[in-house]
Design a protein. Structure first.
Lengths: 292, 327
């Protein structure tokens, strides 16, 4: 059976570093050495091969919304380890339990779970926002991610404002078992309600968007955008390879593949995201009256 | 039927002794006859005992048993007048999904099921019950049709997952699953989902967003196969039994968590030992659940369905977490 699932490598957290200054960064795709300051100015996109590096939720929000407009809600919701997942194979060296790993992630990343939600404006137009974080537990979805995404959607319903969800996920959070799986149903049902209210929902795929997240709320956007070269799939490349006994060229299932096969509306460079969303907000707001 | 699962060894041994005595036929001496009866009773008792205490991983082996009844078997035993619909009207027909109208007792129902294959040829044809996108799209159009005609939907879930091929990515597997998850909350007919074997992740949930979710006693429902989960958490699929236990994949545990509505009892030793009895029990259960659901006004039905999924998930405010850690 599967030895690896796309996007879920180590659960080692990547801290939100202060400004990079003259520290160098190596592009994982083309191996070019990028100088920290230039790299940041370029929105953490490789100036040589266009590889879009992962952004934390807070970095992503800064990039997209009007400065100072973001108001976070429900920042303090955390997981309760619903299955009391403490079981370990005796031979496995790392003895940390799920609860311990969560506490560490919270401390190291500065956020409490793999998604940040709230409301903001883009070119003064209000919207509800849910932005996933790829560094918190590999952006995996458990009870809290599902709950917060649902609350962001409900914010849209309550105030009659469009909803924007930025996805980045290595899939479902194993340690919460069936609770994790059910978040697919919960979030999709909330979006069905949003749709009945004729309120638009914009979805952005970033690297990686896989598994249960991809097969639920991410794919239900009225408009779906993706950053260039993002891994976008249901089944990860390694598992596809094992199932089909073939070798896939690097980057086979990505944003461009999705575009080609009719699954997404546009591939948009990071530098163009804010103005693209502004345009979409204008185009889809014809019949929306915001409720304060 | 042989007792071939690892935890059934004591039962296999008893059966060997029983078979040896039975072979004597008329030549059985009186005390041997008594012994035979005692052994048969012991076999029954031990079977029930063992099957009442299966670990999640042992349950998985029953759920995946090669002789376990599949959807087609239940349809044959429970329903009349089943007419199988084919095709998604867009691309093709997926044999992993078996769907169409039928009569369940007096009731008109629309069946949407995963069908695994029994022999090599059927397994290949049906891709081991793992649907392609066109399978989910067939499910979608059949469920939409059920709503059009006011027919309740009965789904039988039994798949390791959705098909994980490159062609499946090309044809939009994520979109196919997400679409059914977007449709099912709004369908204005009762929906009952039953996991009859393996409830494999999103591929299962795609036809599982229902008013009532049932599981057969020795079925499993999981966010990922224990082998996959073990690879992710502990970097080796050999630790699957630990993952199965940690994730609580068996019906008994899931029912305790309040995530399903009913556990449907299986004949002693598992459904594969008595197809007819299992089908009868399931049919009765489905009809009972259906009768209850049909009492509800549709708007109430939909709101309850929404709340059922809205309230799944455990979380708290960090202040509470800190407070309980201190106390």
């Amino acid at each position: 059976m599967a030895k690896e699932v796309a996007g879920q490598g180590s659960h080692e957290p990547k801290p939100n570093l202060p400004s990079m200054g003259n520290i160098a960064v190596k592009c994982p795709k083309c191996k070019e050495i990028l100088y920290g300051r230039d790299w940041e100015k370029n929105l953490k996109v490789c100036s040589r091969c266009n590889h879009h590096f992962k952004l934390s939720a807070l970095e992503r929000i800064d990039l997209l919304v009007d400065p100072g407009s973001f108001v976070e809600v429900d920042a303090d919701i955390v997981s309760v380890d619903p299955l009391k997942f403490t079981i370990q194979p005796p031979s496995y060296a790392d003895k940390r339990t799920y609860a311990e790993k969560l506490a560490e992630q919270r401390e190291k990343s500065g956020i409490n779970e793999a998604v940040v939600i709230g409301h903001a404006t883009i070119e003064s137009m209000p919207l509800a926002l849910a932005v996933m974080d790829p560094f918190f537990f590999a952006g995996t979805m458990g009870s809290v991610v599902g709950e917060k995404i649902t609350r962001a959607i409900e914010l849209g319903i309550e105030h009659r404002i469009p909803v924007l969800i930025v996805s980045t996920s290595g899939g479902a959070r194993m340690q919460e078992g069936l609770y994790s799986l059910m978040q697919m149903a919960k979030t999709s049902a909330a979006l069905a309600k949003l749709g009945e209210e004729h309120i638009p929902y914009f979805s952005l795929f970033t690297d990686p968007t896989t598994g249960g997240v991809s097969a639920s709320f991410s794919m239900l956007g009225d408009v779906i955008l993706a950053e260039p070269g993002a891994l976008v799939c249901f089944t990860g490349p390694r598992v596809i390879e094992q199932f089909m006994h073939i070798k896939l060229p690097e980057g086979t299932v990505n944003s461009e593949f999705g575009l080609q096969h009719g699954m997404i509306d546009a591939v948009v460079h990071r530098r163009d995201l804010r103005q693209t969303f502004a345009k979409l907000l204008r185009l889809y707001s014809a019949n929306l009256t915001v409720k304060a | 039927m042989a007792y071939d699962l690892e935890f059934e060894k004591p039962l296999a041994e008893l059966e060997k002794k029983i078979a040896a005595l039975q072979r004597k036929g008329d030549r059985l001496k009186p005390d041997e006859s008594i012994q035979l009866q005692a052994l048969e009773q012991e076999l029954r008792t031990r079977t029930t005992e063992i099957y009442q205490q299966l670990t999640p991983y042992q349950t998985l082996t029953v759920a995946r048993h090669k002789d376990r009844p599949y959807a087609a078997d239940y349809i044959r035993l429970m329903c009349d007048d089943f007419f199988e619909l084919h095709g998604d009207r867009t691309f093709g027909d997926d044999a992993a999904i078996m769907a169409g109208p039928a009569k369940l007792g007096d009731q008109h129902v629309m069946l949407v099921c995963h069908q695994k294959g029994r022999d090599m040829k059927e397994k290949q044809l049906r891709n081991l019950g793992m649907p392609h996108p066109e399978g989910y799209r067939k499910a979608y159009r059949v469920m939409a049709q059920a709503e059009k005609f006011g027919i309740p939907i009965i789904t039988l879930i039994d798949a390791a997952g959705a098909s994980p091929g490159l062609v499946d990515e090309e044809r939009g597997q994520s979109e196919a699953i997400a679409s059914t998850l977007y449709l099912m909350p709004r369908l204005r007919v009762p929906i009952i989902a039953t996991i009859i074997g393996e409830g494999g992740s999103g591929g299962a949930l795609a036809i599982g967003l229902a008013d009532r979710v049932l599981m057969l006693e020795h079925s499993i429902y999981m966010v990922a196969a224990p082998e996959a989960a073990a690879s992710i958490i502990w970097r080796d699929s050999v630790h699957a039994p630990y993952a199965a236990e940690g994730m609580r994949i068996n019906a008994r545990e899931i029912f305790k968590l309040g995530l399903i509505d009913e556990v449907v009892p299986e004949p002693a030793g598992g459904a594969h030992r008595n197809y007819s009895q299992m089908a009868l029990t399931l049919k009765d259960t489905l009809l009972q659940q259906l009768a209850e659901l049909q009492q509800l006004p549709v708007d109430t039905l939909l709101e309850q369905r929404y709340q059922k999924f809205r309230t799944i998930g455990k979380y708290e405010r960090i202040q509470e977490l800190v407070a309980s850690a201190i106390s």
